[in-house]
Design a protein around this ligand. Structure first.
Ligand SMILES: Nc1ncnc2c1ncn2[C@@H]1O[C@H](COP(=O)(O)OP(=O)(O)OP(=O)(O)O)[C@@H](O)[C@H]1O
Length: 256
C-alpha cells in the first residue's frame, strides 16, 4: 500500500460516551483516545459494553457524549456516513457475500467508496485498490473463489480487505480471531500490525494470549466503564483488573 504522510488529527477521540437501552446503561462515560499506528484492544467480562462501544461509534447504537475522528463528530450520523468518513467495522460473524467471489466482494465494497479516483486505475481488469487490499490480507491467490468456500479465518480477512478497499482509516474489529486456528490467529495478529502502521486498529477480544502477543494498548471495560488502560504489563499489574477480569483469563497472561 502507498504510505501516506502521518496526520496529527488522524485519531479517534471518545469522551464521556454513554449508551442506554431503556433504563439500562450499557456504556457509562467511556473515555478513549485511539491513535494511529497502534493496535488497541478492548477487553473485559461478558456484557462489559465492548461491542456497544463499537456499535455507538459506527451508528448502530445511539450514543451520547463526544466521539470525533479527524475533527468530525461521529455520534448522530448514519452508519453509511460514518463509513464514508473512514471508520469501518467487522462483526463477530463475517458478513461477506458467500455466493460471490473474493474479487467481487472486494469490488462491491469499493463501489460506494471511490473517493480517490486515482486508486481505481485497473491492471488486468482488477482495480489497484482491490489488488492491494487482496495482497494485504493474503487472499490474492483466491480472488476467483466463492467467498462461501473460504475458511472462517479467510472470511474475516476478506472483511478486513473490504474495509481496506473502502479506504478505512479506523478499523473496529469485533472478536476477529474467535474460532480461528492457531496458525490463522498468528497470521491475523501480524496482519493487524502490518495494516495498523498507517491506520487506527481497535480490536474487541477475549483471547488474552492473543491480546498479550499483539496489543500496543489495552483498555479494560467493566460494567460500561473504563477500569484501566495501558500496556499489557500495566494492565496485568492492576489489582482491580485482576479482581474483576484477569482472575478468569489469567492463562494467556501468565505466559508473558
Ligand atoms: N440492543 C440491546 N438492547 C438491550 N440491551 C442490550 C442491547 N445490546 C446490548 N445490550 C446489553 O448491554 C450490555 C453490554 O453488551 P455488549 O454486547 O456491549 O457487551 P460485551 O462487552 O461486548 O460482551 P461480550 O463480550 O459478551 O460480547 C449487556 O448487558 C447487553 O445485554
Amino acid at each position: 500500500m502507498t504510505a501516506e504522510p502521518m496526520r496529527t488529527d488522524d485519531y479517534l477521540e471518545v469522551r464521556d460516551l454513554r449508551v442506554s437501552f431503556g433504563d439500562f446503561v450499557a456504556v457509562d462515560g467511556v473515555v478513549l483516545t485511539l491513535l494511529q499506528g497502534q493496535v488497541h484492544f478492548l477487553v473485559g467480562p461478558n456484557g462489559a459494553g465492548k461491542t456497544t462501544v463499537i456499535d455507538a461509534l459506527t451508528g448502530l447504537a445511539r450514543g451520547q457524549g463526544v466521539a470525533t475522528f479527524d475533527g468530525e463528530d461521529l455520534l448522530g450520523r448514519s452508519s453509511h456516513a460514518i463509513a464514508r468518513l473512514g471508520v469501518g467495522r467487522t462483526f463477530q460473524t463475517a458478513t461477506v457475500f458467500n455466493d460471490l467471489t473474493v474479487l467481487q466482494n472486494l469490488d462491491i465494497a469499493g463501489l460506494r467508496h471511490r473517493r480517490r479516483r486515482s486508486l481505481w486505475r485497473a491492471r488486468n481488469g482488477i482495480p489497484d485498490a482491490v489488488a492491494e487490499a487482496a495482497e494485504a490480507v493474503g487472499l490474492s491467490h483466491l480472488l476467483d473463489r466463492p467467498a462461501g468456500v473460504l475458511s472462517h479465518g479467510q472470511k474475516q480477512w476478506l472483511e478486513i480487505g473490504m474495509l481496506l478497499v473502502q479506504d478505512a482509516r479506523v478499523l473496529l474489529l469485533d472478536e476477529p480471531v474467535a474460532g480461528m486456528s492457531a496458525q490463522e490467529r498468528d497470521a491475523t495478529g501480524e496482519l493487524l500490525h502490518r495494516i495498523g502502521r498507517e491506520r487506527t486498529i481497535v480490536v474487541v477480544e477475549h483471547d488474552m494470549e492473543f491480546v498479550r502477543r499483539y496489543a500496543d494498548v489495552v483498555t479494560v471495560l467493566h460494567a460500561g466503564r473504563v477500569l484501566a488502560s495501558g500496556s499489557m504489563e500495566q494492565i496485568r499489574a492492576n489489582p482491580e483488573v485482576q479482581r474483576v477480569y484477569l482472575g478468569d483469563h489469567a492463562e494467556g497472561v501468565s505466559n508473558a
